[in-house]
Design a protein around this ligand. Sequence first.
Ligand SMILES: *[C@@H]1O[C@H](CO)[C@@H](O)[C@H](O)[C@H]1NC(C)=O
Ligand SMILES: *[C@@H]1O[C@H](CO)[C@@H](O)[C@H](O)[C@H]1NC(C)=O
Length: 372
Amino acid sequence: MKGGDVSSISPLVSFVVGAAMATVCVLFFMSASPTRRLADISAFTSASANSSSNQDDNGVADGEATAASRAADVTATPAPAPAPVEAPSPWGDLEEVLRRAATKDRTVIMTQINAAWTRPGSLLDLFFESFRNGEGGVARLLDHLVIVTMDPAAYQGCQAVHRHCYFLRTSNGVDYRSEKMFMSKDYLEMMWGRNRFQQTVLELGYNFLFTDVDVMWFRDPFRHISMAADIAISSDVYMGEPYSLRNFPNGGFLFVRSSAKTIDFYRAWQQGRWRFFGKHEQDVFNLIKHEMAGKLDLAIQFLDTTYISGFCQLSKDLNKICTLHANCCVGLGAKLHDLRGVLDVWRNYTAGTPGERRAGKFQWKLPGICIH
Ligand SMILES: *[C@@H]1O[C@H](CO)[C@@H](O)[C@H](O)[C@H]1NC(C)=O
Ligand SMILES: *[C@@H]1O[C@H](CO)[C@@H](O)[C@H](O)[C@H]1NC(C)=O
């Protein structure tokens, strides 16, 4: 019976101890969780960063300022002076990022990513790999690449691998995080946000070459962009005449020279969103291109798919191709599969002798999931 006593007490003890531990855990969770949540939220909803609180969490939001405040933490200065109140800038440190990344003629290359694309082996990796295995010094162009991120995880993923990262927090006072959540229901919202962001870059006086992250860069594409072009855009289907508005554009690879004309064009483009309500920005581009190109005397160059190519109209000439876009391809898995195949062939091509290359020994492995 004694043994029975002990064994009947022991579960009771462990129950009590267990319950107590659970309570402690719950209390700890309750005390930890709300502050963390609040910090998370305030870091991304308030346009002006609040440097006196939430230093832990807004590291993602503003890198350099936070590094400084962390350093201040380490030295543990007593009674820090109240943080100076800064005029809230809707674009944060965008000008600084652009200034650092731009070429002498104020041109930047820009891409925009989300968190899924920054995972190892995902699109951002392939994107970088293409530059690094590219020819004619294309890798040097990475110095001028600004990676625009729209969520904290993507920003961190960018910072781990690249120098010029920008966290796009607000647009017209709107928090981009909520815009991004909205985006998952409404793709249009993000595309129009991207368009508005490009306008801002032009307004700040920078020319840009926007590239989707599923574009492989094998050679410098700038040599195919005419000095006379105000806008140069890649083509899903290229009909043979660079300045013919009959070509089918693809905004996933787009160069725009900053000028009053191009800024006006972007204004009209944004207004087109409401004029042709519910349309994709690319459709609106098609709808306004005739009218606006005439009115503004804009030179819009459509890029030849022999050089600036994509899966829609694939360039088979590896000796000429500069960039290759996984367009006409839906789904991350399909894009990754085909772009990996493309990079495998490209690596073999770059290892080939000049004779083999000229003879066209190296060809894309076809068909893939999208590439054909
Ligand atoms: C900054 O934090 C303080 C205290 O946590 C709070 O009272 C204030 O409203 C915050 N300011 C902003 C702009 O978030
Ligand atoms: C690349 O070259 C190697 C060695 O010749 C070959 O085994 C491989 O199949 C090639 N890969 C592609 C994708 O062509």
